[in-house]
Design a protein around this ligand. Structure first.
Ligand code: 5GP
Length: 117
């Protein structure tokens, strides 16, 4: 994919240029509360590497993506989502993606309807 001309808001959060309510961080990824939560718990998990979305990920990102997916239940447990949770990634304009830095929405704390619409 063509590199973005400007930093995304998520890259600015990684670089500590704008604040975020961080709930988890390691060398590879960062999780923080969504600024406009759609559920009582709504956290975004992002890679520190700039990947625009899943379509922009490469085979070399396999271990990073596996690492992030395996972190999700740990973060969910930390946030008290004992009853279950949902993980979503919006991919591209048709998928409803607004911020072009890969992110997994981790949502829970209420009964989540299906399909999400
Ligand atoms: P998308 O629509 O790209 O899947 O999701 C982007 C998400 O990022 C939205 O849920 C939106 O509320 C969240 N978001 C956008 N800007 C900011 C920000 O500056 N800080 C935080 N914490 N979340 C943001």
């Amino acid at each position: 994919m063509t590199p973005l001309a400007e930093k995304t808001v998520f890259k600015k959060i990684i670089d500590r240029e704008i604040p975020a309510n961080i709930v988890y961080e390691d060398d590879l990824c960062l999780a923080f509360h969504d600024i406009d939560p759609k559920a009582p718990v709504h956290v975004l998990l992002i890679p520190k590497k700039e990947i625009q979305n899943l379509s922009d990920a490469d085979p070399e990102d396999q271990s990073l993506l596996g690492h992030m997916l395996l972190k999700i239940p740990e973060i969910a447990e930390q946030l008290g989502l004992d009853d279950g949770f949902r993980v979503i990634t919006n991919n591209g304009a048709g998928g409803g993606q607004d911020v072009y830095h890969l992110h997994f929405h981790l949502m829970g704390g209420r009964k989540l309807n299906w399909p999400p619409g």
